[in-house]
Design a protein around this ligand. Structure first.
Ligand code: C2E
Ligand code: MG
Ligand code: MG
Length: 338
């Protein structure tokens, strides 16, 4: 599927190159092309067979009107069409009002809520509720993630401003996931600044979650942006700690306020000895670096107790609460705020 996707991208570029009119002598000409593609893997198909397959795909492209790319494999063709429809729908999701944020409480041991992570949901008219794992990676392939991220940030700031209306919820911190591509936008800092001003949200209540994949980028640029946002009062959490490009040197270089222990390490606590050792070490590390630590994906009392005994005081997971929508969050808060 990945190969097909790459071929489709290249074939589209080739078609695009045919599109502009060209001059032959005094005459302007318009060209076009129909492209047939076949893919092969280990099978030792002869060249003739492969060309034959591509040829028949090309005739399909022509018969469907030309200036098209078609694949020999019907299933592949269907999958590609489905994907491009999905992507087209995704691009419409913002102005069709299909997006919403849900909030997962972040709690102390006794269940009191001190914050919530904003998690994006897409309500698709036919597919139902699409989880972010299915569409964030697609959005991350191009700049659409920037638009999506902007929408999330605005929503989250709006919620913060609403929470500030009530003395019982004013202290709540909202954590927002930020993709590397979004964070690396030159205007990211000023956009966040403007949104905070516009909505009246308190910067000290906004926490940005960055994942380790950001370490693969220009570290000086990241540090500079983090410092600029810190100066506004915004804080930072390192999401999915230990699952990606963990480089401990970056922890020293970048001003993170919190480390999130990934659910991958929490899942089999307390019995899996390696996970237990890693979690123990991460908590100790955060203590000595004076960075706060929170565990995510906490589902059982045994997991919570292991984390607590090892010095982790903040928790997020189904044991405490599933992600809930805003009205439900408000209800939970009325009952259990720090
Ligand atoms: P994440 O930031 O690590 O979010 C935690 C994920 O774990 C969420 O899944 C949450 O619903 C799930 N979770 C929470 N507690 C438990 C638990 O006790 N057990 C289990 N098994 N799972 C739990 P979700 O909402 O599907 O989000 C998946 C990922 O999508 C997020 O991982 C984040 O990387 C990304 N994402 C979500 N919203 C946004 C967004 O607004 N912007 C960006 N860039 N990424 C987002
Ligand atoms: Mg997160
Ligand atoms: Mg995470």
């Amino acid at each position: 599927e990945e190969a097909a996707q790459q071929v489709a991208t290249i074939a589209d570029k080739v078609l695009g190159a045919f599109f502009p009119p060209f001059q032959l002598g005094e005459h302007e000409f318009h060209g076009g092309a129909s492209i047939g593609v076949t893919l092969f893997r280990e099978e030792h198909l002869s060249l003739d067979v492969l060309i034959g397959q591509a040829d028949s795909a090309m005739y399909r492209a022509k018969s469907e009107g030309g200036n098209l790319v078609r694949f020999f494999d019907a299933a592949l063709q269907a999958a590609l069409l489905e994907r491009s429809a999905f992507e087209a729908d995704l691009r419409q999701s913002i102005h069709r009002n299909q997006l919403k944020l849900v909030y997962q409480p972040q709690c102390r041991l006794d269940g009191r809520i001190f914050g919530a992570e904003a998690l994006l949901r897409w309500q698709h008219p036919e597919l139902g509720l699409v989880p972010p794992a299915r569409f964030i990676p697609l959005a991350e392939e191009d700049n659409f993630i920037v638009e999506l991220g902007r929408w999330v940030m605005r929503e989250a700031c709006q919620t913060l401003a609403e929470l500030a209306q009530d003395s019982a919820t004013r202290h709540l911190i909202i954590a927002v996931n930020v993709s590397p591509r979004q964070f690396l936008q030159p205007a990211f800092v000023s956009e966040v600044h403007d949104l905070l001003q516009l909505t009246g949200a308190a910067p000290g209540r906004l926490k940005l979650e960055l994942t380790e994949s950001i370490f693969a980028r220009d570290i000086d640029d990241i540090a500079q942006k983090m410092q600029a946002l810190h100066a506004l009062g915004v804080s930072f959490s390192l999401d999915d700690f230990g699952t990606g490009y963990s480089c401990l040197a970056y922890l020293k270089k970048l001003p993170f306020d919190q480390i999130k222990i990934d659910q991958m390490f929490v899942r089999e606590l307390p019995n899996e000895p390696h996970d237990a050792a890693i979690v123990h070490a991460v908590i100790a590390l955060s203590k000595s670096l004076e960075i706060a630590v929170i565990a995510e994906g906490v589902e059982t009392v045994a997991q919570r107790d292991f984390l607590d005994h090892n010095g982790c005081r903040d928790f997020q997971g189904y044991l405490f609460s599933h992600p809930v929508d805003k009205p439900e969050l408000m209800q939970l808060l009325a009952a259990a705020t720090v």
